[in-house]
Design a protein around this ligand. Structure first.
Ligand code: 0L1
Ligand code: MG
Length: 262
């Protein structure tokens, strides 16, 4: 690690304040160009600790930048991981308050709910499918705290991979008998289809993103607990939204979920 503990603490507070007060900031590597990956995840971990200390509950994890469309959109080449707390969750069809966010975008995702603990290293698609209770359509609302969504990977890891809100809903399905690679999705904004895709857009198979997450956590002495919700990553590019917008995600054979921005 390159950064002293007090700097990690103050960067975590700064990014958390930006999220809570909905204001942006230049990417933190501008002032700390030597920051390394351990520093980045230590800042994210510190934000998580502060959130839990304030009463939030850890409900799962997210994988981000797992599709070529997203990597191209953001000019990066590696997935990143973050945590999900209950305060990010919205009711299916519910309201998302745009004033609480800086510049939200939505991503269509396949969410996994785990039946058994999953622990890396060595996790693979088969282990993920064996440990999954069900999959369900999910929309992630990302809201980078960085000005104009301009960041590098270490800055975005520190910022909890831009996690902000999420909704899941529709028809939960057991993974046996469905091919998540060919699962088709349509994302609608205000009744108009705006992006389309299939599960294979996420690292060839959405379960591959969950395996990568388990291996990432395993390398840090953590695991994915039973009951966790995992957002496996945007299938398409993220779509910008604002107050007044309605978004709906339709997934083949799994119904739909959505939210309204107010
Ligand atoms: O969930 C995601 O793919 C987002 C990861 C962070 C990068 C971004 O803000 O687009
Ligand atoms: Mg996402």
């Amino acid at each position: 690690m390159k950064l002293p503990r007090d700097v990690i603490e103050s960067l975590a507070r700064h990014l958390d304040d930006c999220a809570l007060e909905a204001h942006d900031t230049p990417k933190i590597t501008d002032a700390h160009p030597d920051m390394d990956w351990d520093d980045a995840y230590a800042i994210q971990d510190t934000i998580r600790r502060h959130r839990l200390a304030r009463g939030a509950r850890l409900v799962g994890y997210k994988a981000g930048l797992t599709s070529h469309a997203k990597m191209r959109q953001m000019g990066v080449d590696t997935p990143v991981f973050g945590f999900l707390v209950d305060t990010y969750g919205l009711p299916d069809g519910g309201e998302c308050k745009a004033a609480e966010l800086i510049h939200p975008k939505v991503e269509p995702e396949i969410a996994f709910v785990m039946k058994f603990e999953l622990k890396g290293p060595g996790c693979h698609i088969g282990a993920v499918l064996a440990a999954t209770d069900f999959v369900i359509p999910g929309i992630e609302v990302i809201d980078s705290r960085y000005r104009d969504f301009k960041f590098d990977l270490k800055s975005v890891v520190a910022d909890n991979a831009s996690a902000a809100r999420f909704v899941v809903g529709g028809q939960p399905l057991a993974v046996a008998g469905i091919d998540l690679r060919t699962l088709g999705i349509v994302l609608e904004k205000n009744g108009q289809p705006v992006s389309f895709g299939a599960g294979a857009a996420v690292l060839g198979h959405p379960a591959a993103a969950v395996a990568m997450l388990a291996n990432h956590l395993g390398a840090r002495g953590e695991s994915i607990p039973a009951g966790s919700l995992i957002l496996s990553g945007g299938i398409t590019e993220a779509v910008a939204v604002e107050a007044g917008d309605n978004v709906t995600l339709r997934v083949h054979g799994m119904g739909s979920t959505g939210m309204r921005f107010v």
